[in-house]
Design a protein around this ligand. Sequence first.
Ligand SMILES: Nc1ncnc2c1ncn2[C@@H]1O[C@H](COP(=O)(O)OP(=O)(O)OP(=O)(O)O)[C@@H](O)[C@H]1O
Ligand SMILES: O=c1ccn([C@@H]2O[C@H](COP(=O)(O)O)[C@@H](O)[C@H]2O)c(=O)[nH]1
Ligand SMILES: [Mg+2]
Length: 240
Amino acid sequence: MWRRVASFSPFISSTKSSILSQLVPTMKIWESFTTEAPIPVNHGISSKDSTPFITFVLGGPGSGKGTQCAKIVDTYGFKHLSAGDLLRREIARNSEYGSTILDTIKEGRIVPSEVTVRLIRREMELSDNHKFLIDGFPRSEENRISFERIIGAEPNIVLFFDCPEEEMVKRVLNRNQGRVDDNIDTIKKRLKVFEALNLPVVNHYAKKGKLHKIWAVGAEDEIFEQVRPAFAGCEVISES
Ligand SMILES: Nc1ncnc2c1ncn2[C@@H]1O[C@H](COP(=O)(O)OP(=O)(O)OP(=O)(O)O)[C@@H](O)[C@H]1O
Ligand SMILES: O=c1ccn([C@@H]2O[C@H](COP(=O)(O)O)[C@@H](O)[C@H]2O)c(=O)[nH]1
Ligand SMILES: [Mg+2]
């Protein structure tokens, strides 16, 4: 059943246009990152034996995407690619643009699409698996369009974990994984960005009949029971 995406948030006061203007750092900062090894347009990943089977996993901060992805990996054998983890890895390995990515994450903004898609594409190319769970991406229409242009593929399935804001805030503040963005100031910013930009992506895939909306409140196993039907056509590798 469809539920209304959380709105009238106590944290969300800015208009969409003011959010949009704050989202990405000036492109100049990223110019050399994205041009030093250009991503061929329409490159695709056609060198792999199998056509990729792509699942996008959407939902607000703390909605439980990572938690449910672990179950999907165990049960259906997907390769989990968390866009946030790939960006955090760039920070951890002190890559040339790690500090700019760090600043963007601290501000709860969105890293330019070409940077993120390039990281995702690299992981897809390196993987022997052809079933991918892309977690926390695309966060905006611009992200979505960039992925489809650069990878040359659309997702087969899109999961959307729908969770009330109060619950998301509570979970993120209790997460205790030492993430630089798990603090109330950054959470407010992340929620504003999510509210402003997520819905068009969700609507796009709903119109295409690819969206599986999941009520993300309750026990983790109960939530996974709502996830299973989305993968009805996939082989079960382990009953969990
Ligand atoms: N159904 C649930 N009920 C209560 N807590 C949960 C549930 N699912 C996950 N959690 C907890 O909430 C926190 C956030 O979960 P998780 O990291 O999976 O969210 P996420 O959507 O990946 O967040 P982010 O977008 O910030 O990466 C974790 O501490 C996790 O253990
Ligand atoms: O596609 C993406 C994914 C993530 N980010 C940035 O990383 C943080 C954390 O992401 P999580 O999915 O919660 O791990 C997010 O707030 C963004 O700042 C991004 O820019 N693009
Ligand atoms: Mg996560």
